[in-house]
Design a protein around this ligand. Structure first.
Ligand SMILES: CC(C)[C@H](C(=O)O)[C@@H](O)C(=O)O
Ligand code: SF4
Length: 470
């Protein structure tokens, strides 16, 4: 009998080209590229007189630097970076979705929606949130620019095999608790370093009930717990999501692919280096109060903690500093924190289901006085779908701005960077100091919570708009 294996080991072993004392050389099935981390990598291979080894397995998308209120890139830095991506792709024969292309969007939204990411694949991108693609049952790593160069030149990645971690969600998911809340609850529980160096397999009955969009939100934030990657073994949800997508297999190749995907399960008896079990039955929506994603509490009855109550000195100091930056006093109820800006978008929560969840809350309601909200679809395809469903009208009727696609306010690398003091409810994944602007304070939330917050003017989940007290 062969040794039982985790799904992580199966995909890993399938891609090892060779190994030495320093680690493995993994074959890469799909290389995603964006404008921020690729210029030096292209310079590097060109300096060596090399070509891109597999342009056909490489896709580039403009996302971080593009404005979302115009097709014209006015910012000189952003424009220079995007221009270099265009030149590099043209020179190396790489498919490239430019700002204005109907397939453009945040790279982690674009690749899955085309059906390019499939179970059992190895995927890399010079971007930490590449972990998103694990939702499709792929092993997907964010890598640095020198690795991008290596992958461009050789279609392989040098990497030491990370440890494995099982995150098991059990119990019954209560209504009104979104996948984002689930992953925020996980990180609040294990901490922003809780999965350091591991690849997570999200498992358990609850994961099977979660849609592909929801799985992407959960895998997206694996890196916010310190993980190298996060994945969900493929199942019927994965198959239904992929069926009929432009790059998905078709005809008899579909049946062959599905048969292979069905082998991608963790065998009974396989062991993980670490296991965490979360009972979801008593969860409620979450929001962060601090400056890392683990500094989070329940929106309904949570309060900003007193740093003095943390036993770990590092955590105590981090909480102290976070409260100073965030301008918050211990004991403040999360629902008393007033918000002036709301960002709905990003590779965490810019997909169609996210927009639907927010629109459901905003339907027939208006933003609170003094609140500004921007809605940035994760891709131009998401934007098109949302417009077909009339969601954009719900957003604009409520007083929100309906934008083009890009990373936008998720990180201030474009003209959506906040310039003045701002307190933001944001559906993105990172809340470190100054990420959204020099004087911006970020509270991470789910799309439904972002929408309810926009209406209330303070942190709130949808049930609080109807008078619920917790
Ligand atoms: C700019 C890029 C390298 C960065 C990342 O790696 O994640 C960005 O996408 C982010 O979300 O902070
Ligand atoms: S949307 Fe945000 S998290 Fe995602 S790739 Fe862009 S900047 Fe990074």
């Amino acid at each position: 009998m062969t040794r039982p294996k985790t799904v992580i080991d199966k995909i890993w072993d399938d891609h090892v080209v060779c190994s030495d004392a320093k680690g493995d050389l993994l074959y890469i099935d799909l290389h995603l590229v964006h404008e921020v981390t690729s210029p030096q990598a292209f310079d590097g291979i060109e300096h060596e007189g090399r070509r891109v080894r597999r342009p056909d397995l490489t896709l580039a998308v403009e996302d971080h630097n593009v404005p979302t209120d115009s097709l014209l890139i006015r910012d000189p830095m952003g424009s220079a970076q995007v221009e270099r991506l265009r030149e590099n792709c043209a020179r190396h024969g790489i498919e490239h979705f430019a700002h204005g292309d109907e397939r453009q969007g945040v790279v982690h939204v674009v690749a899955p929606e085309l059906g390019l990411v499939q179970p059992g694949m190895s995927v890399v991108c010079g971007d930490s949130h590449t972990s998103t693609h694990g939702a499709l049952g792929a092993l997907a790593f964010g890598v640095g620019t020198s690795d991008v160069e290596h992958v461009l030149a050789t279609q392989t990645l040098r990497i030491t095999k990370p440890a494995t971690m099982a995150v098991e969600f059990v119990g019954t998911l209560p209504a009104g608790v979104s996948p984002k809340d689930l992953v925020m609850a996980l990180i609040a529980e294990i901490g922003a370093n809780g999965a350091n160096g591991h690849v997570i397999e999200y498992r358990g009955p609850v994961m099977r009930e979660i849609s592909m969009e929801g799985r992407m939100s959960i895998c997206n934030m694996a890196v916010e717990a310190g993980a190298r990657a996060g994945l969900v073994a493929p199942d019927e949800v994965t198959e239904e999501y992929l069926r009929g997508r432009p790059a998905a297999p078709s005809g008899s190749r579909w049946d062959e692919a599905v048969a292979a995907w069905r082998e991608l399960r963790t065998d009974d008896g396989a062991s993980f280096d670490k296991t965490v079990r979360i009972d979801v039955s008593t969860l409620t929506p979450y929001a962060t109060w601090g400056t890392n994603p683990g500094q989070a509490a329940r929106v309904g009855d949570g309060v900003v903690p007193d740093p003095a109550t943390f036993t770990d000195p590092g955590e105590r100091a981090a909480a102290q500093r976070a409260l100073e930056y965030m301008g918050l006093a211990p004991g403040t109820r999360l629902r008393d924190i007033k918000i002036d800006t709301v960002f709905l978008g990003s590779c965490t929560n810019g997909r169609i289901e996210d927009l639907r969840a927010a629109a459901e809350v905003l339907e027939g309601r208006r933003l609170a006085n003094g609140v500004r909200m921007i809605v940035v679809p994760g891709s131009m395809q998401v934007r098109k779908q949302a417009e077909q469903e009339g969601l954009h009208e719900v957003f604009t009727a409520a007083g929100a701005q309906w934008r083009l696609s890009g990373c936008s306010m998720c990180l201030g690398m474009n003209t959506d960077r906040l310039t003045g003091p701002a307190r933001v409810a944001s559906t993105s994944n990172r809340n470190y100091e100054r990420r959204q602007g020099d004087h911006a304070r970020t509270h991470l939330v789910s799309p439904a919570t972002a929408a309810a917050t926009a209406v209330a003017g303070h942190l709130a989940a949808p049930q609080h708009l109807d008078g619920a007290t917790t």
